[in-house]
Design a protein around this ligand. Sequence first.
Ligand SMILES: [Zn+2]
Length: 184
Amino acid sequence: MLDQCPECGYSLRGLPADHRCPECGLPYDAESEAFRLVNPKAIYVGMIGLAGGAIPMINMVFSLGAALTRRYLVFLIALAYVGLIGGVFVYLRMLMRSRPQVAVLPRGLFVRLKRLKPEWYSWSDISNVLLNRAFKKQAVTVLFKDGRPILDLVGFFHCADDAIRMVDNVRRRLRDTVVRPSDS
Ligand SMILES: [Zn+2]
């Protein structure tokens, strides 16, 4: 059962189990389930190291002394570097606000991580889902019918039970899609 709309973040608490998001119209049912990115703040940790790189550059600006041209050059490079870090940070903030997650919904599999716009995979395009043992069983691999590359869902499951729950949920959907193709 969903407590928040995966698409727009609207709270779905207190609404019927089989309904549409009042805000964006996304259909969901009692079996719908979302798995949010575990510890999204970890993404920011890499930023600290990146930002630290600017310190020696700024240091150089002040230690170069009389060599004005070189000083300006290093200053410009440092400025560009800081600007780049700022840009990456703003992008990550936007990404985090978009609530990275995977969701099992009537329409298909909803995945939002690397891009701000979610990706949808229709149930009729998916051939199977497997528990991925390479990640302590905390990952799910999605296989497609048309031979496109497999999709590994990593970082969305707190424990193997979460991943197993998702695999079971998706397999139920796939079975239902086969039995009632007109429904999808
Ligand atoms: Zn919504």
